[in-house]
Structures are given as structure tokens and as C-alpha cells.
Design a protein around this ligand. Structure first.
Ligand code: NAP
Length: 372
């Protein structure tokens, strides 16, 4: 048998396998559709009772309980984020069969603006948090190069809130109507709230990072090395100074590091001149180590001293090479997901006025990062 004949046979076998698997999928779809319709009939029954008793259709507490119960039952390979998406649609269908007049407003929109943006876990985190809180709304990722046009889009479309990420955290500020005083002091905005057409900028990175650090260590009176001088470093450095730490900025490019050190009134050292890291806390606020550059570290890991606290703002991968090295020599570590989820919870509360379910947010983000 020649190679061509073998290839034809392999393709036939593959086609047969695909046909058999598609048949199984069709059978599952039939059963899922039947179950959804039976679920909707039950919801319709509840709707009639609610109508008779004058009860409102939406019951946020009940919806939250449904998600938590399903999350506790869930098994691989369905991840937490898609679980929320699927059941959110089913629950929305349940609401629509119970529909009462006056409840058909379009759901609020939220978005993250950045470039690149494909890697962002903000949509899965915020959409799950909205569902868990029983709130309508859609959170979308938008690749944005022209931030001025995107901000006009917030006004034109009535977008309720937006996250702002690389490279727009500073550039966005001049397009907003109001800047919160903390964001103004930091000099960077990562959150926009649309308050009836008035756009106000906030910074949640600072609070998110400090909460993540303080869960593991006191900051007052500590010597802290902050590696990096970008938008993230600016927010975190401001918060660290506010907590009464002695801050040193380490950066690859001298001018940028010196500028941030001047703004934060602290010391600066170029990374290339670092021979020791005599600090209680070391924070990586650079993108070194971020996927796909998993092997890179912002400083030589041999410089880490055992027993200190090491935080990495990079959250993908969850355990960066820097954190793995720190853990190996007995340092306390703080991963980037802790900061990410904490800053997301601050955004959620600014947009919705409701407490965010931080446990759910962390769970869906970790699920996305596992086996990534
Ligand atoms: P940015 O404004 O672009 O700043 C990047 C910084 O990283 C600069 O200081 C740059 O140094 C430095 N850098 C990049 N590659 C490096 C390398 N190979 N070695 C040493 N330094 C390097 O970015 P950003 O907004 O501050 O974000 C920085 C990181 O924090 C990103 O990975 C981002 O995903 C992460 N972040 C995480 C959270 C969270 O919630 N966990 C929030 C915000 C940001 P130069 O000045 O020399 O160019």
C-alpha cells in the first residue's frame, strides 16, 4: 500500500469517528433541549404564582444560590466561566417566559478597552460576578487603539462602566469629565464610571494590590523594592508609600525609573546595577515573566533572600518563574490573581453599587488559568 492509499484510509476512519461523535453530540443536544424546555415550563409555573401574589420576577438571592450550587457540583472539563455563561442564558430564558410588562429594558453594557486585549480575563471575571449577583449586563473586551473615539463610544452607547488597560491608563484621563482624587494623585485611570452621562475616572489597581499584599504582610516601616516604572508600578508604588513603607524603584530604563521615583519621592536604582536585594518585600510590576515569555524574570532570582515577601503583578501564568524561585527558598508569595481579583471587585462595586463575590471571581479566573 502506498502513502496516498494509507492517507485515504486514515481520512475515512477519521470521518467515521467524527460521524459517530457528531451523532452522540446530536443525541446530547436533543436531551439538553428537552430538559431546558421542561425547566422553562417549571419557571412558567412559578411565574404564574408570582403574578397571582404580585411578586417580582427577578429573585437575585435565588439566582445566586443556583450558581453556587452548580459550581459546587461541577466537574471537568467545563470551567467556571463557561458554566456561568451557559446558565446565565438559561436563567435569562426562564425570566423571559415569566415576563411581566416593563421589565424588558436592554441590559447594561460594560467593556474593557486595551491593546492587546485578547488575553484579558476581565470579561469572564466580570460576567460571572454579574450573574452571581443576579444582575443583568454584558461585559465585552474591545481592542482599542483610539482611546478618544472609544470614550465617545461610552457616551454614545450608554456603556455603564469600562476598564482601561495597556496602553491607555494615562492617555484616557484627558477625555473624562471628572477624575477621582486618588486616580489624579497616582496619575493613571483604570476604571471609568458613566454616571448619567458624566464620565468619572478611578484607579482600582492601587487598592487591589495593597489588599493583596496586606493579606500576607504589614507594610508600615518595611523596605520595599518595586521593579518597574509603568502604569501598574505607579499605582502600586503610590499605595505602598501611603502605607508607610520605604520604597525603592528598580527599573531597566533609567529615565523612566528616575521619573517615577521623583514623582513618588523615593530612591531609584537601575536593575543592571543590582548586586543584592536587601528588602523585606519585592514586587514585580514589569511584564517580565508574562506569557509567552514564561522563562523571563525581572531580576536574577539568585538575588532573592529567603524569608522575604515576593509579589508578582503578572497573573498569567499564575506561578511565574519569579514566584516559583521565591517559594523554593521559603519566601512568602503573593500572586497576580489576588491583585487582579481585588481590583476587579472595586470596579464592580463602583459600577453596580453592589458587593462583588470575590470568591467567585477568583475561582473563575483560576479555572481559566489552569491548563492554559
Ligand atoms: P507598562 O506600563 O507597559 O510597563 C511595563 C514595565 O515593565 C516597564 O517598567 C518596563 O521597563 C518593564 N519591563 C518590560 N519588560 C521587561 C523585562 N524583560 N525586564 C525588565 N523590565 C521589563 O505595563 P503596566 O501596565 O505597568 O503592567 C506591568 C505588568 O503588570 C503587566 O504584566 C500587567 O499585566 C501587570 N498588571 C497586573 C495587574 C493585576 O491586577 N494583577 C494590574 C495591572 C498590571 P522599561 O521602562 O525599561 O521599558
Amino acid at each position: 500500500m502506498n502513502d496516498n492509499q494509507q492517507n485515504t484510509i486514515d481520512a475515512d476512519v477519521e470521518q467515521e469517528d467524527i460521524a459517530a461523535l457528531r451523532k452522540r453530540i446530536d443525541d446530547f443536544d436533543d436531551r439538553i433541549l428537552d430538559l431546558i424546555n421542561r425547566r422553562l415550563s417549571a419557571a412558567q409555573g412559578i411565574g404564574q404564582i408570582k403574578k397571582q401574589t404580585g411578586t417580582t420576577v427577578v429573585d437575585n438571592r435565588r439566582e445566586g444560590e443556583i450558581y453556587l450550587r452548580l459550581l459546587s457540583l461541577n466537574q471537568d472539563p467545563l470551567k467556571a466561566g463557561p458554566l456561568y455563561r451557559i446558565f446565565r442564558s438559561i436563567i435569562a430564558a426562564g425570566r423571559s417566559v415569566q415576563n411581566q410588562p416593563g421589565e424588558a429594558d436592554p441590559p447594561p453594557l460594560y467593556a474593557v478597552f486595551g491593546d492587546p486585549i485578547g488575553h484579558s480575563l476581565s470579561p469572564v471575571m466580570h460576567n460571572s460576578a454579574l450573574a452571581q449577583a443576579g444582575l443583568d449586563g454584558h461585559y465585552l473586551a474591545c481592542r482599542v487603539q483610539d482611546i478618544a473615539a472609544a470614550i465617545s463610544g461610552i457616551r454614545g452607547l450608554g456603556i455603564r462602566g469600562a476598564s482601561i488597560t495597556i496602553p491607555h491608563k494615562i492617555g484616557v484621563m484627558k477625555h473624562l469629565d471628572l477624575i477621582d482624587s486618588l486616580a489624579a494623585d497616582i496619575g493613571a485611570v483604570n476604571t471609568v464610571v458613566n454616571n448619567r452621562g458624566v464620565l468619572q475616572g478611578y484607579n482600582s489597581d492601587c487598592a487591589g494590590a495593597i489588599k493583596a499584599l496586606k493579606a500576607k504582610t504589614d507594610l508600615n516601616g518595611k523596605d520595599v523594592a518595586l521593579i518597574g516604572a509603568g502604569g501598574g508600578a505607579r499605582a502600586v508604588g503610590f499605595g505602598i508609600k501611603q502605607q508607610g513603607s520605604r520604597l525603592t524603584i528598580l527599573n531597566r530604563t533609567r529615565e523612566k525609573g528616575e521619573k517615577l521615583a521623583t514623582d513618588l519621592n523615593c530612591e531609584f536604582k537601575p536593575i543592571s546595577e543590582i548586586k543584592r536585594l536587601p528588602y523585606h518585600i519585592v514586587v514585580n510590576a514589569t511584564s517580565a515573566g508574562m506569557k509567552p515569555h514564561n522563562d523571563s524574570t525581572p531580576v536574577d532570582t539568585d538575588l532573592l533572600e529567603s524569608g522575604i515577601v515576593v509579589m508578582d503583578m503578572v497573573y498569567n501564568p499564575l506561578k511565574t518563574r519569579l514566584l516559583a524561585a521565591a517559594e523554593k527558598i521559603g519566601c512568602t508569595t503573593v500572586d497576580g490573581v489576588s491583585m487582579f481579583v481585588n481590583q476587579g471587585a472595586v470596579q464592580f462595586e463602583l459600577w453596580t453599587g453592589r458587593k462583588a463575590s470575590v470568591d467567585v471571581m477568583r475561582r473563575v479566573v483560576l479555572d481559566e488559568l489552569t491548563n492554559d
